[in-house]
Design a protein. Structure first.
Length: 254
């Protein structure tokens, strides 16, 4: 039996969909891990991004720190955070994973928010100031709406990364779809006795990929909805000019 057939068989078994180790339970745990991290990270990243984009203060330091956060491997963040969460009594699994995902989620959101606000046309801002609008009014009514699509794009990138990386939490006894991969390797994946292990590893990987893809498509649709009215590209209406050959013929006839 091929690996594909083994995985199809695994998905068709009733036990795969029920109990504490069933797919619905594991998906719920995975979404809880990812959603909690994004719930904490998004307000912080958006607030900081709006501040530095609007005021142009601390740009270099903030963006540099955010880019360094992208460069650090997620597993390294998890390994670094884990001892501190134990010292704080937060236990295994959930909170260490959430904290690691929190740091992973911030850079794309912060960078996109900052770039989106900073990229608003300066002539538009000057016109708003000339009308007597305050800085807060400009931020709320002009900069945020015009940067909304880029902000959502940052949220989309961050969400996909977090959903895909949340599988690492299973290494430190967290729940989620990563449990299938970790437990599958624990069962063993080689030879005729490794059928169950292979089913769990490949099945878990497919589930994580599907969830990440759904996240990408869903937030991509939301991103397209965030285009402000009047900001779509205008259509070009070309009026055909006179045919040069007609002019030549007219001159010849004359």
């Amino acid at each position: 039996m091929s690996v594909l057939q083994e995985v199809i068989t695994w998905f068709g078994e009733a036990g795969t969909w029920t109990g504490s180790n069933g797919i619905p339970t594991r998906v719920q745990e995975h979404l809880m891990l990812s959603g909690t991290a994004l719930l904490f990270a998004a307000p912080v990243a958006i607030a900081v991004g709006l501040f530095i984009g609007h005021t142009r203060k601390a740009e270099f330091i903030t963006v540099t720190i955010a880019n360094l956060g992208r460069a650090i491997p997620s597993f390294a963040i998890l390994a670094f955070v884990f001892p501190f969460t134990l010292e704080l009594g937060l236990g295994l699994g959930f909170w260490p994973t959430v904290i690691a995902l929190f740091f992973l989620a911030i850079p794309p959101i912060l960078t996109n928010t900052y770039v989106g606000v900073k990229g608003v046309d300066q002539d538009t801002l000057e016109a708003a100031r000339g009308m007597g609008m305050s800085g807060g009014q400009i931020l709320r009514t002009i900069e945020v709406p015009l940067a909304a699509r880029l902000i959502v794009s940052g949220l989309r990138t961050s969400s996909v990364q977090v959903v895909a990386t949340a599988t690492l939490g299973a290494v430190i006894a967290s729940g989620g779809l990563g449990r299938y991969i970790v437990d599958g390797f624990a069962f063993g994946t080689f030879g005729p006795n490794g059928v169950e292990g292979r089913q769990m590893v490949v099945g878990g990987a497919l589930l994580v990929a599907a969830l990440a893809l759904l996240t990408e498509v869903g937030l991509g649709f939301l991103e397209r909805l965030m285009v402000p009215r009047g900001m779509t590209e205008p259509r070009l209406h070309v009026t055909p000019g006179p045919d040069p050959r007609s002019e030549e013929m007219a001159q010849t006839t004359a």
